[in-house]
Design a protein around this ligand. Sequence first.
Ligand SMILES: NC(=O)c1ccc[n+]([C@@H]2O[C@H](COP(=O)([O-])OP(=O)(O)OC[C@H]3O[C@@H](n4cnc5c(N)ncnc54)[C@H](O)[C@@H]3O)[C@@H](O)[C@H]2O)c1
Length: 415
Amino acid sequence: MKYVLIGAGSRGTIYGSWAHQHNIEIAAIAEIRPDRLEFAAKEWNVPSERCFTDPDDLFALGKIADAAIIATMDQDHFGHVMKALDCGYDILLEKPISPNPKECIAIEKKANALGKKITVCHVLRYTNFFSKLREILRSGELGKIVAIKHAENIGNFHMAHSFVRGNWRNDQLSSPIIMQKSCHDLDILLWLTDSHCTRVAAFGSLSYFKEENAPAGSSDRCCNCAAADSCRFNAYSAYGPILGQWPADVVCLEQTPEALDRALKTGPYGRCVYRCDNNVCDHMSMILEFENGITATFSLHAQSTNIHRDIHIMCEDGEIWADDAKREIIISRFIGSEAEDVVTRTIKVQTNDSGHGGGDSGIMEDFTASLTSNCAESRSSISRSVESHLMACAIEKARLTGKVIELNAFRKSLT
Ligand SMILES: NC(=O)c1ccc[n+]([C@@H]2O[C@H](COP(=O)([O-])OP(=O)(O)OC[C@H]3O[C@@H](n4cnc5c(N)ncnc54)[C@H](O)[C@@H]3O)[C@@H](O)[C@H]2O)c1
């Protein structure tokens, strides 16, 4: 088995390393940054004649592997996927498919017309946690789902790293946060409800990470900031103690105090969180309606200590509370008319240590197996994944216009 990799950044490295550890050859790499390209080539023994800084040079070789992994940035996916399909590759594609809904549909159409498999990295579908939740709901033990309260708690430091200083800070450079961060959540809601979304309403803004909240005396970089010692977003105290771990490993390739210091003096991650070119929301509240009558509220917010998702599912005959960070699902079944007339049990879900609660290795196992068998459509096939992306676009439209958006009409407006 052989893969080619386009984009050897954080995500590409996770998938490339998984492949290498499972005796899958990385036949070629395209990565625009020479330092990353060299690092990846060395890690996975890729010969220099198969290492490119321009993906077009890789595509010019035609189909030289069983599949292509595309892990470049959001707005580059479309161009890279279309060329990979032309070469004849099946593809593992990082989410978002594209921030542009018309491009999402065009990719789906082309892949289906060519009979090529695209698995979108909706990694949560491959976690034991969400799989268990779905199994409980589908067992019928609590009757049908009636309503859902879902929250994505980004974590205030994660927000500062990824969505204020980092790659996804500005929707013109990547995608709106509802697409970038939460196409996962919308996809999970579709998977759990086993339905289609009919209408959405949304509210939200960038409230906190802006200049008016900067501490007195602060400056545009932590390295020369008089307020750094008392600032909780001081980049030196945030990244210094965790060298070698995420997200310090995103800041610089070489994980030494000297390399970190250089990166914080000149790179994006040493900037003041109150003075970046960020524009994505740091909180959003949404209302969703599904075809089978289920209603859901969804809150996406930066203002939390920890990074976790929690979901409360109200069913006809009971309710479920689940938290992915605690790896815990609490199920209460109603058995009488009194508040105490419930039977409650708690499930502790086992997960492995790979990223996203086991989802990163889960998707690689599934994708790799799908290439060698005539197995059914993947859990996160392109056709299953486009809907969450259209939902994200409709939600952003609802937020910007203040209107309720109907998904059918929204989809029609794209053709
Ligand atoms: N599935 C998930 O849960 C998840 C989590 C984080 C990020 N992502 C997505 O994965 C993608 C990559 O994110 P990342 O965190 O790895 O970012 P990253 O910046 O670490 O990696 C992107 C890599 O692509 C390279 N690149 C940029 N333009 C290129 C080009 N034209 N040709 C070749 N290489 C190019 C960059 O140099 C970089 O190394 C993004 O679309 C992001 O939204 C998904």
